[in-house]
Design a protein around this ligand. Sequence first.
Ligand SMILES: [Zn+2]
Length: 358
Amino acid sequence: MSVNFLKYLPGRVIWRMPFRFNVANAINPSYTLRCVLYHDISDTTSTYTNGLGVTVSKKSFENDLRFLAKHYTPVTLDEALNPPKDPKKNYRPVLLTFDDAYASVATEAAPICQKYGIPAVFFVSARFIGNQDLAMDNLICHVANTRGYDAINKAASEAAKSPAKLNDLSEACGDFLPRVWGEQRETFRQGLADAAGRSLKEMAEEAGLYISPQQLRSLASFNFEIGNHTYSHVYGRNLAGNDFAEEIGRNKSVLESISGKTIRTFSAPYGSAIDLPGRLVEYLRQLKHESAFLVESSINNPRTDPFRLLRVSVQVSNNADLFSELEIMPRLRSIRDALFRRQGNVTPAASQARVAAD
Ligand SMILES: [Zn+2]
């Protein structure tokens, strides 16, 4: 029996029932805003994305949007943050979001969003706009796919000055990467580029993964808002001192100068609560951000802090599983987290964030 079968089983059973949304509501009626997250919408992967878990096919994405348009009220960021005082019966607001800087958001996703009348927020790391540089996750993925884990471990060992034994992308991007910062991170980056035998700029141009400035500007006409996702796509837990200006302030300024719009929302790369510490939220507030998003796949309710809104990263192949991801599993996690809190433990929600997915 597969893990997915068990994971989706309650949702699949409830999906077959009449009044399924009422049944879901009975589990926890306080769930208000649903937030969904995607990265790359494409029918193909390359050595730079294969295995990262960020790519969703166009057909799957369109199926998801058809489902959202039918069963939910897709909202803008403003509507998400200012819900109606007296919502109509069965009001289920959903906010569509994208992270990173994939060009496919403009070329593939935006026209599908327009077709279904669904607005979105696109959280961008500006360093990669125009394919001038390669993001660490894509670089690690490329080296793993083309040179294998011996090459990854050699670069990691040199950077950390201790032997590394990484076996998959989750360990390399989720466990090792947050442990190297500053010079060590740069040594790791260069070591990986050496292993690939190309400069980062050459690889970025070859991969052609990321959005151009013109494409970013064009998104305004698709009812997309642009958000902050740090300049270099870094773990928020590592930021201190000058890093805030370099990673948060600089990203906001560059995105504003390209888009001509005010940047007022943020999503934490990799999506865990530990990457959105109080000092980072304080800095976001100083720079006039009004909200921030995580990927902890639990529920938002009327008391949820607008600087800790939770999203669900979706990769499903049918409506029953999408229903499960959006309606059942977040509610079950909220019950689990409440039980943990009652017992005085730290909530395990952080472990739910899909490590390499964002
Ligand atoms: Zn990201």
